[in-house]
Design a protein around this ligand. Sequence first.
Ligand code: SF4
Length: 393
Amino acid sequence: MSTTVSATADLTATERARILAKSALFDPPTAGLPDGRRDLVGMSRAELGQELAAIGEAPFRVKQLWHWIYHQGVTDFARMSSIARPLQEKLADRFVVGRPEAVTVQTSEDDTRKFLFRFRDGQEAETVYIPDREEDRGAVCLSSQVGCTLSCRFCHTGTQTLVRNLGAAEIVGQFMAARDSYGEWPSPKGETPRLLSTIVLMGMGEPLYNYENIAKAMRIVMDNEGIGLSRRRITLSTSGVVPMMDRVGEELGVNLAVSLHAVTDELRDELVPLNRKYPIREVIAACRRYPAASNARRITFEYIMLKGINDSEAEARALVRLIAGLPAKVNLIPFNPWPGSRYEPSTRAAVERFAKIVNDAGFSAPVRTPRGRDILAACGQLRTESRRERRLA
Ligand code: SF4
């Protein structure tokens, strides 16, 4: 028994090392500007300390700068009033507090706001703010990669090849730029309601194929002296990169969402091709081990409703059997067709029947209300449009 366990652990460690090595091949360019200045956003406290030490500044400056950058949201050193003018100028000569450039901002009739951000090397990624309809709060959906390797059949981003991973600065920068857009600085303290109250890592890309940058960005976001978002307000959504799921649980402890979408390997192999590598039983086993899961913090299973493909009553019952005993909820997502997509959304009646079976088994099964339908709502569509326009231009 113990031999099997250690053999499995070795295998997982090897697989994890392979994933991280492959991910490093898609690392973003360094955070430097063409004029040699460096971006302070995205640096850990230790890195910030090293940069400051290199210009002869004392360690206490880290705390000071951190407060201005992540609590006050200030990007101009001249506005950092607790720092003397000569040091402000010295910092401005060497550093910037950057933001990605918002190339497109679309606000839907239902107030969903979609951003297309451009980074320093000209690459672009999407960010969406989805306000809560009842309360003054909402979720910011962040991208983790430019493009994606995974080619999930129902996903528009899956039609784009992976260009590169986003760096920690670009991941945190999406959130900070979204906050700029709502004037939501300084960071609200404690439980004060805030508009941008949660983060979901569910935009373009598979976050667990960019783990190091995601982890670094989330540590910055969770730091209490800055943005201070608790781990309970962050959800990482994965297609099921099993060897990395354990690491997220142990190191970050954020909420976990899994893009399940099918209850048999045969169908999931087609819809989420990563399933050929990490089949359903392994994904569910990783969910059962996930340390941050509890009744108060349930694992979310994302299930996109595709007409005649995965929406039968038998599949709803199979889903219930699959997740039995897990602290889980199921998000039923109406499919949002995009040009060239091969699926149709399930009928309302089929969704309701499916939801009832899952609900009756004791799992919450909300049907996600389609948001932002009047703007280019499918993830990845804005970037495709922007690339098309640039080619035409
Ligand atoms: S659903 Fe996520 S993981 Fe799958 S192709 Fe789309 S962006 Fe990539």
